[in-house]
Design a protein around this ligand. Structure first.
Ligand code: TRP
Length: 326
């Protein structure tokens, strides 16, 4: 017996990076054992901030799906979808938008933050304000009870719960209140030590070839107080150590000891990390090659995913329409 239903998604706004792998995908792969899972490339969500230039949305969607499967998402065991293939999301989004007070959305911390950070883009749109309603829809339409997300998504999950509660109270109890499941892995910094972000150019992509990975690891910032190899290092402020911990947690204490005891220099420590990353990514790259070499494979995985997801979504929608007397 499975523990419950999981839904999670990623926005196809670019190629996935090692933060997505360590922080989410690896976790999703494990969760497939215990839960009924639905994983999505949420392409409508990509439009909320990227509606002006949509030239890459289809290609990034495809690449995100290839990364999902290459990383170990099993499209037979789990349901893998592209959000825009399951039109039921659009109807539920509309209905939920009717009951969601504007104030909830305007007060959402991620909304206020993004408005400031992306001030160069015209994102003062209806669709962008409604981002959390669309995300609540993704989750609620499958009556998901568990949602693996990063900490940055907690305000959205709280809104999903509030929308569910409001619906259940106003009409009749249709939706479970979904719970966040936070990943245990600490958030990976970018190669420059700042927050990992495509716009900072400090990411390492899952699909990056070994040469590129070596280069990126070489450029990583380390403990600024460690100038000579004989200086004891401070792993907790070192980007390289953050990656060691994320990708070889079983050896992290040994790495820490070597660094604090000045038994290894940063150059050698970086070489070791590059070797680790390259060997972690090798099987993923091999599966990526196979997936890319099989024409129509991703399309047929999506067709199958949509075929399995739509009846679940349609059933919920029937309950919703009946509860709302529509
Ligand atoms: N907002 C999520 C993110 O940026 C992506 C997302 C969309 C999502 N719908 C979802 C995550 C539903 C979990 C469940 O990471």
């Amino acid at each position: 017996m499975k523990k419950g239903r999981i839904f999670s998604g990623m926005r196809p706004t670019g190629m996935l990076h090692l933060g997505n792998l360590a922080g989410a995908l690896n976790n999703w792969v494990r969760l497939q054992e215990d839960y009924d899972c639905i994983f999505a490339a949420v392409d409508w969500h990509a439009l909320t901030t990227g509606y002006q230039d949509t030239s890459m949305v289809r290609e990034y969607t495809r690449q995100v799906l290839i990364d999902f499967i290459a990383a170990g998402i099993d499209p037979e065991r789990s349901i893998v979808i592209r959000q825009s293939d399951v039109k039921e999301h659009a109807e539920l989004h509309l209905l939920l938008s009717m009951i969601t007070p504007l104030g909830w959305l305007e007060r959402c911390p991620t909304y206020k933050e993004q408005l400031q950070q992306l001030s160069g883009r015209e994102i003062t749109t209806y669709g962008f304000l409604g981002y959390p309603v669309l995300m609540a829809t993704d989750i609620l339409i499958y009556k998901s009870d568990t949602v693996p997300v990063g900490e940055d998504q907690l305000p959205h999950l709280e809104l999903a719960r509030e929308i569910a509660r409001r619906f259940n109270y106003m009409y009749s109890p249709v939706f479970p209140e979904p719970q966040a499941k936070l990943s245990k892995v600490a958030v990976l910094p970018g190669t420059d030590g700042r927050k990992m972000s495509k716009s900072y150019g400090n990411t390492i992509q899952i699909a990056d070839p070994p040469e590129k990975i070596r280069e990126a690891v070489k450029s990583m910032v380390t403990d600024p107080a460690r100038i000579h190899k004989s200086d004891p290092g401070h792993p907790d402020v070192c980007t390289v150590f953050a990656y060691h911990s994320a990708f070889t947690p079983e050896a992290a204490e040994e790495r820490r000891g070597e660094c604090e005891g000045a038994r290894i220099g940063c150059v050698a420590c970086k070489r070791q990390l590059a070797d680790t990353l390259i060997s972690v990514l090798a099987p993923i790259h091999e599966r990526r090659r196979q997936l890319e070499a099989t024409p129509g494979l991703i399309e047929s995985i999506l067709a199958d995913g949509a075929m399995r997801a739509r009846p679940i979504a349609a059933r919920t929608l029937e309950e919703v329409r009946s509860a709302m007397k529509i």
